[in-house]
Design a protein around this ligand. Structure first.
Ligand SMILES: [Mg+2]
Length: 408
């Protein structure tokens, strides 16, 4: 069996999804997601210029050897661009493998460990009252878990993932449009004084059963993160996300020494080599990698297995920048993983997105139910894809009040 061709498509409704389609001499094809948010043309070029010419003629069933060929063969290893490109190939090869076996991928991993996989929604508000309305909306929809972010009185501009005006908080997405990034202003002291009380009010309003998550988005120093974690202990958070900058695998030691708040990190990690110490030293409770830019299913499975040895559960990244192909890979991993925790889930199920990526993975009452179709269980409509073109964007940048650049 041989790979005969592979094509890359960039575009989608409101997002520049990077979709890889690998064709074979037996008519079976596979799909992969190489979307690297706001840098989408780079994994697309990596695939087209370097990887696809090598892929032609390979046996698609040898997904492990192909992964090692590209990873070790690159010499300059890892990084988000390369790992997103390898990840897309790997997803597509698993998709082919599942179709050849006539089995959904979770069966090839070891079968289902659960029926539905719990997800969390993004609740947000221009202020706390607005956030409460947003949380209530998702609770009414049946969600058992919500991430909560709100505007902070006295903060010079909107905080992370927060709308500037009230009322549109159930479907809010950060504006990434344009090459020149939006500039946000951050003040750690204002945040540290306000947010613990706001989280306590959310707990008081919604009771003990709701899983409450909060994302600090890498903005605190290790000592500040330890102080913040201590101050929110009584809230009973499901997790505190990215309390410190993700590059520093030692940064969470101080937090760990002073608090039992569960910690989640890893959405920007590209490989096991960025989280192995965090996992082995049991400094985290949830690992947040994504199949897209952590090297695909083959590499993420290795991370899941290492995490399982150290009581670390999964909480895969699920920002809307991941296409439904990556989310399908996650759905299969989530159905299987013995150490599954939770899945981040933003509403992708718009008619336009469903038309581009038809599938029967379904979300119901805050749980995702995996498709039983062979392979990934998601398709790609090339006629629909012709409606979309690439549009460049940027993540916001953050400055302190004196102008110093800070972590977005
Ligand atoms: Mg996050």
């Amino acid at each position: 069996m041989k790979i005969t061709d592979a094509q890359v498509f960039v575009g989608g409704p409101g997002k520049n999804y990077v979709t890889l389609k690998i064709m074979t001499d037996q008519g079976v094809y596979g799909l992969g997601d190489a979307t690297l948010n706001n840098r989408e043309t780079l994994p697309a070029a990596y695939l087209t210029d370097y990887l696809i010419p090598n892929l032609i003629g390979m046996d698609p069933r040898n997904s492990e050897d192909i992964w090692q060929f590209f990873y070790r063969g690159a010499y300059f290893r890892r990084g988000p661009i390369a790992m997103a490109a390898f990840g897309a190939i790997d997803m597509a090869l698993w998709d082919i493998k599942g179709k050849l076996a006539n089995m959904p991928l979770y069966q090839l991993f070891g079968g289902k460990s659960r029926e539905g996989a719990m997800v969390y929604a993004h609740a947000t508000g221009a202020d706390l009252e607005d956030l409460m309305d947003s949380v209530a909306h998702f609770v009414e929809q049946g969600y058992k878990a919500v991430r909560v972010q709100c505007g902070i009185p006295g903060m010079p501009s909107a905080s992370y993932a927060v709308p500037e005006t009230k009322g549109a908080s159930t479907e809010y997405m950060t504006d990434f449009s344009g090459v020149r990034p939006k500039v946000e202003t951050w003040d750690t002291g204002t945040y540290m004084r306000y947010m613990p009380g706001a989280l306590a009010e959310i707990r008081a309003r919604f009771g003990p059963d709701l899983h409450i998550l909060h994302d600090v988005h890498h903005r605190l120093l290790p000592r500040e993160a330890a102080e913040f974690a201590k101050s929110v202990e009584s809230v009973g958070l499901f997790w505190l996300e990215d309390p410190t900058p993700a590059e520093d695998q030692e940064a969470l030691r101080l937090l760990r020494a002073h608090s039992t708040v569960p910690v989640a990190i890893g959405e920007v990690f590209n490989s096991i080599w960025e989280c192995n110490k965090l996992i082995e030293n049991e400094l985290i409770d949830f690992i947040r990698v994504a199949a897209t830019y952590a090297g695909g299913i083959t590499h993420v499975k290795r991370i899941i297995d290492l995490a399982g040895l150290h009581h670390v559960r999964t909480g895969f990244h699920g920002a809307p920048s991941h296409s439904p192909i990556c989310m399908a890979a996650h759905a299969h991993l989530n159905a299987w993983a013995p150490n599954f925790g939770i899945q981040e889930y933003l509403v992708l199920g718009t008619p336009a997105c469903d038309a581009l990526f038809p599938s029967d993975h379904r979300m119901e009452n805050g749980m995702v139910y995996v498709s039983d179709a062979p392979g990934l269980g998601v398709d790609f409509d090339e006629t629909e894809a012709k409606r979309y073109t690439y549009s460049p964007g940027s993540h916001p940048v953050v400055r302190l009040q004196d102008g110093t650049i800070w972590n977005y």
